[in-house]
Ligand binder design. Structure first.
Ligand code: ZN
Length: 182
């Protein structure tokens, strides 16, 4: 297990659609190592989500974890580690909601992004079991942010009001009362 370097905006791999995993790949020992590396890297960088392309792996895997001990997201539902493989996203409610987002691949910045408020995500877990989650609120945004990475998109692509893209220092100075995501 090891902490990997997180690719930053500008690296072409962050803009590519990732490949789906085969059953053989999901069941391989390399898969377990990859998940462990992603988990360690995410925790080391204090993120709540990480997608495989962010550490240079062009595959449809993302992990999301809202840690119990996190005070930063205290009003948000806590989750165990969720491993999302080959996801399919369906919008259940087009009505938009906005949150401040950040990204380990876009360090030092925060941006206000509007996304559909309710979604359904179908995916495989590490045991090849099909999972279906219906998500709303903050978690719906977290999943959309991470799944975007698997299709070559970054949160900054969704910022409508460019005046709401700020450096972290200014974010904490002027907007810190509001939610943000990493
Ligand atoms: Zn991100």
């Amino acid at each position: 297990m090891s902490i990997k370097k997180v690719l930053r905006m500008g690296h072409p791999l962050l803009r590519k659609k990732c490949d789906q995993l085969t059953e053989q790949e999901i069941r391989s020992p390399e898969m377990k190592t990859l998940i462990q590396d992603m988990h360690e890297t995410m925790k080391a960088e204090r993120g709540i989500g990480l997608a495989a392309p962010q550490i240079g792996i062009n595959k449809q895997i993302a992990i999301i974890e809202m840690p119990q001990e996190s005070e930063r997201y205290e009003e948000v539902e806590k989750t165990p580690l969720i491993i999302v493989i080959n996801p399919k996203l369906t919008i259940l409610d087009e009505k938009q909601q906005g949150y401040w987002e950040g990204c380990l691949s876009v360090p030092g910045l925060r941006g206000f992004v509007k996304r559909p408020r309710k979604i359904k995500v179908e995916f495989l877990d590490i045991e090849m079991e099909k999972q279906v989650l219906t998500l709303e609120g903050f978690l719906a945004t977290v999943f959309q942010h991470e799944l975007d990475h698997l299709f070559g998109r970054l949160y900054i692509d969704h910022i409508e009001d460019k005046t709401l893209l700020t450096y972290e220092e200014e974010f904490y100075q002027f907007y810190s009362e509001q939610d943000s995501i990493e």
